[in-house]
Design a protein around this ligand. Structure first.
Ligand code: GNR
Ligand code: NI
Length: 180
């Protein structure tokens, strides 16, 4: 098991299209396990491989609440088979957009097809926070962040703040390097 560094926006690797997995083998299972460990540590309720720099269609999710038994899910090549007519709005966050939140509207329920860690094809019906999270993670595999679903004004405000934060961190890091 290993903790993987999470990429923070703006970063070109978060905008790329991830490639399908041919089959879930030991290497993909290792990636899935490392991603779950990284997600729990963050902590987060989902994580997509491109967020840790791997451009493969792999996501992990656990929407169990504190005190509930964990419900880890590991999916390769997740796809939306169908969605409900009704939409729902949820205040989303993202480990790649730390400390920023915005209401995002998506289909309220979705049928999801994916390959599990035993390389078996599965389908589930997701609603509530699970539907939100899986759609958010599949977006990552297509280079889409939740800020791409909100107004340009709000999106640019968040991205500008993150750019500024990165510049400050780079300045701080070079200052510390000069002292060492
Ligand atoms: O931890 C996360 N919380 C969250 C809250 C509302 C909607 C989506 C999410 S996913 C996010 C983790 C993450 O960035 N996954 O890509
Ligand atoms: Ni995210």
């Amino acid at each position: 098991m290993a903790l993987l560094p999470i990429i923070v926006a703006p970063d070109p690797r978060l905008k790329r299209l991830s490639l399908p997995v041919e089959q879930v083998d030991d290497e993909i299972r290792q990636l899935m396990d490392d991603m779950l460990e990284t997600m729990y540590k963050a902590p987060g309720i989902g994580l997509a491989a491109p967020q840790v720099g791997v451009l493969k269609r792999v996501i992990v999710v656990d929407v169990a609440r504190e005190g509930e038994d964990p419900q880890p899910m590991q999916m390769a090549n997740p796809e939306i088979v169908s969605v409900s007519d009704g939409d729902a709005s949820y205040e989303e966050g993202c480990l790649s957009l730390p400390e920023h939140f915005a209401e995002v509207v998506r289909p309220a329920t979705a049928r999801i097809r994916y390959i599990d860690r035993n390389n078996e094809l599965r389908e589930i019906d997701a609603d509530g926070i699970l539907a939100v999270c899986i759609q958010h993670e599949i977006d990552h595999l297509d280079g889409i962040l939740f800020v791409d679903h909100i107004t340009a004004l709000k999106r640019n405000m968040i991205l500008r703040k993150l750019t500024k934060l990165k510049k400050e961190q780079a300045r701080q890091a070079s200052k510390e390097a000069a002292v060492a």
